[in-house]
Structure formats: C-alpha cells, structure tokens
Design a protein around this ligand. Structure first.
Ligand code: UD1
Length: 434
C-alpha cells in the first residue's frame, strides 16, 4: 500500500527580492509523463522490461504500487532503474485508493482490458484542474468492443469474446493519455486500428518507438494519424527503455533562470522539445543559447517585455508551463493576456500571486491579464497541483522575504528532490516537517 510520507511537509523559501543571484547547472530528470506510460506498457510484455532514467518521484512510486497490487513483479534496481515483469498478473481491478491519488492510473486500463478482456477502476483522481472526464477512453473502449457499466463508483469494462478489435477512432478532443491508452490497447487488439486527431507529444512517439523495437506495429506516432496493427504479447528480450528528458521540468528551470539567474545552464535536456518556450523568451529579450542537449540562459541587458500566451497541444505552448510562465510575466515589462485553453480550473492559483503583489485580473476562468513588472512579497502558499506548486517555489525565489509552500506532496509527485537541486544553484530553500 501507499508509502506517502510527505503530506505534512512544507518548503520554506527566502526570496531574493527580484535580484539575480542564481548560477550554475541543473540537470533535467527523466520525464514523468513518459516514465508512467512506459511502466503501464509493461502489461503488454510477456517478459521482463528494464526501465532506466526513471525519475524518483511520488507518481512513479504510486504507479509501481498499482502494478505490484495487480500482481506484477516490480523491482527498483537502481536510483533511477526498475525491472518490471507482469507475467504473474491475474487481477484486473485497479486499487481504489491508489487510483484516486493519480490521474495517470487511467492509462493502465487500456493494456489490462486488451490483455485480459476486462478491467475495473474508479474515476481517477490527481490534480484539481477542473472536471477531468474520461469519456474519450470509454468511447474508444466501446468501439473496440468493450462494454462498460458504472456500478458502486467503479467502471467495469469487458470485451466481447475477451478480445478487443481494431477500429477507426477520431478524437473529438486531442488527449495525450487518451491517445496513449488506445494506442497501447490496439497493440493487443485483433486487426488494424487507426487513431485520428491523435496527440503529438514527443512522449507518445518515444513510447511507440520502444514498443516497435519489441515487436509492436505502430506507424505515425508523433503525427495526428497513428496506425496500429494488433498482434500478440511483446517481448523486450533485454532491450532497455530509457526515459527521455522531462521537457516541462527543463522549461520550468529555463523560466526560473530567465528571471532569477546570472547564468544558468540546463543540461541533459532536448532543446528541440522546447522550441515554443525558447522562441518566446528570446523574443522577449532573454539571452538564450541552445547547444546539443543543453540550454544556457543569461542576464538580459534590459528588463524583458511581456507577450501573450495561449496554451495549446504540442508543439504549441504547454498548459503544464503556464503557471511558471505567469510568474515570469509578473516580472516582465508591459501588459499581456494568458489564455488557458486546455483545463478550466488551471488559473485559480493566480489569486495567490495577486496576494503576493502581482497585478493580475481574471476576465473569466480561462483568461487573465497580467501587468508587470510587479514586486512580489513572500507569503504562505498552497499549490493546487504539481505545476502550480513549482511555480509558487519560483514566485517565492523572486519575492522579497519568506514564503512557505504547503502541500509539498504535490511538488514531489512530479519533481525529484527539487529543494536539493535548487539549493545547488543558490536558492535558499528548506524542507521542513510540521
Ligand atoms: C496529459 C499530461 C498533463 C498535461 C495534459 C495536457 C500525462 C500523465 N499528463 O494529461 O501533464 O497537462 O496532458 O497536455 O501525460 N478530455 C476529455 N475527455 C477525456 C480525456 C480528456 O474531455 O476522456 C479533455 C480534458 O479535460 C482536457 C483535454 O481533453 O480538457 C486534454 O486533456 P488530456 O490531453 O487528456 O490530458 P491528460 O492526458 O490527462
């Protein structure tokens, strides 16, 4: 069962009052949003899969616990390595408490259904980002022959003849985990599946490449049309999955560097996954040099100017970078608007930035106006989700005085030992137990 220990911890940050004091190097961890999917994909394998560069974060621990609870043999074999063998799994019911802790538990449902012909699960939990429906998953399963009923708070889906069948499916809304879940389901389905209006996130292509190297037949991942020819269980035959760098973590470090560093090098990243961010920051006046696998950000000559942001599916501006970017915009010169198009509750945290002194007005739940630059004052803050949690840490670094960021569990869900890493570049941050 869950071994959560950090529900009562907080971060105490001593801000630098807008002065640029940080310098050094920050290495980017493996991507949460890639590692979790690869762990779920081990359900498609008849042998052991080794996963490397897995971030040591709470969501990964919950996923390991979910797989173990099903009967999988999950071993942490190094600081960032796991071996997972799902041969012994016969249980098809996802644990209630663990599923409620993490939205990504939903990605296990497709592979379980495809392999065993049935699955049951509660509505998944996770970050509070407004209503997070699962209708796309259920309609995909239904078309593949999986009938679902909702009984006593659990969805029970079962496939006719215990086997899913290949389909043509058009996503009426682009969904990252929806695309990944149906793609994985189709690997074990009968016949060919075509997914249209699929999400384009690099983590999807990366997963498909690994599955293909182990026997899957997936074409077009990374484009909006993905074709999967179903077949039998996959075999890793000692091939190792290596998690790609976390572009959201890299982007957040870059934003931190742009407002608070003299010189910061972000290493072990893929700059090609961050083009929208580096383009916007450069145009705003931030000196950025891009190398192979690293990005260097330096002090701007004059205060950078503000720009409008509209979140979008990849390769557009990621909703996961919206909160750190709003903190950046409070420090830039001029007025701008931020339009959150993906999640309806994802601007609520800005109320806390206003309490810190930011000039932000909310036109509606999807749209704010930011006027900068503004002086921020340290406060007690509670991050509603993991991305806003890290944005609050960044706001605390920029502010004058002390900030307390509560609910550290949210930040630990997605970022590994963040306080130690930030301390290494000069941030004054402590983890304190209540
Ligand atoms: C993934 C990422 C998350 C990121 C988000 C958008 C993971 C584990 N998480 O989340 O970090 O913020 O993509 O880039 O990879 N929707 C429906 N019905 C559904 C499913 C989704 O209407 O059945 C809607 C959502 O409410 C949202 C939009 O589709 O408005 C996109 O959500 P989606 O791409 O599915 O987000 P996640 O995959 O959950």
């Amino acid at each position: 069962m869950s071994s959560v220990r950090n529900g009562k911890e907080m971060f105490v940050v001593q801000g630098f009052g807008g002065k640029r004091k940080l310098s050094g190097r920050l290495a980017v961890s493996g991507a949460k949003n890639a590692a979790l999917k690869a762990m779920a994909a081990t359900l498609l394998f008849s042998d052991t899969v080794k996963l490397n560069n897995v971030p040591d974060i709470e969501d990964v621990k919950r996923m390991a616990e979910l797989l173990s609870d099903l009967g999988g043999d999950v071993k942490k074999v190094g600081a960032h390595s796991y071996t997972i063998n799902t041969k012994g799994i016969s249980k098809t019911d996802l644990d209630h408490t663990l599923s409620k802790r993490m939205r990504s538990s939903i990605i296990l449902t497709g592979p379980i259904l495809a392999r065993f012909g049935k699955v049951s699960f509660p509505h998944p939990g996770g970050c509070v980002l407004g209503s997070r429906p699962i209708d796309l998953f259920l309609s995909g399963f239904k078309e593949m022959g999986g009938r679902s009923v909702l009984r006593k708070g659990r969805y029970r889906v079962s496939a006719r003849g215990k086997k899913l069948k290949g389909i043509e499916f058009f996503f009426r809304k682009v969904s990252v985990t929806g695309t990944e879940t149906l793609m994985m389901s189709a690997v074990l389905a009968e016949g060919k599946t075509t997914l249209k209006n699929a999400a384009l996130e690099p983590e999807i292509e990366h997963l498909a490449e690994f599955l293909n190297s182990c026997g899957a037949k997936i074409k077009g991942a990374g484009t909006s049309t993905i074709e999967i020819t179903g077949g039998g269980m996959l075999r890793a035959r000692k091939k190792v999955y290596t998690t790609l760098p976390d572009r959201i973590e890299a982007g957040s470090f870059l934003i931190l560097g742009a407002i608070a560093a003299r010189r910061l090098e972000i290493t072990k990243c893929k700059p090609e996954h961050l083009e929208i961010l580096t383009t916007l920051l450069k145009e705003s006046g931030v000196p950025i040099s891009i190398k192979k696998g690293s990005i260097v950000v330096r002090t701007p000559r004059v205060r950078p100017s503000a720009f409008d942001v509209r979140t979008h599916e990849y390769p557009g501006f990621s909703t996961d970078l919206q909160a750190p970017m709003v903190v950046y915009l409070t420090q830039a010169k001029g007025e701008c608007s931020v339009f959150e198009t993906i999640f309806e509750g994802r601007l609520n945290y800005t109320e806390d930035l206003v309490h810190m002194g930011a000039h932000i007005t909310m036109a509606n739940p999807h749209n704010i106006a930011v006027k900068g630059p503004s002086k921020l004052e340290g406060r007690t803050l509670e991050g509603p989700d993991l991305r806003a949690g890290l944005a609050f840490v960044i706001a605390g670094i920029v502010a004058e005085g002390q900030s307390i960021i509560d609910n550290v569990y949210h930040i630990d869900r997605g970022y590994e030992r963040i306080e130690e890493r930030l301390r290494s570049i000069g941030v004054n941050i402590k983890r304190v137990s209540r």
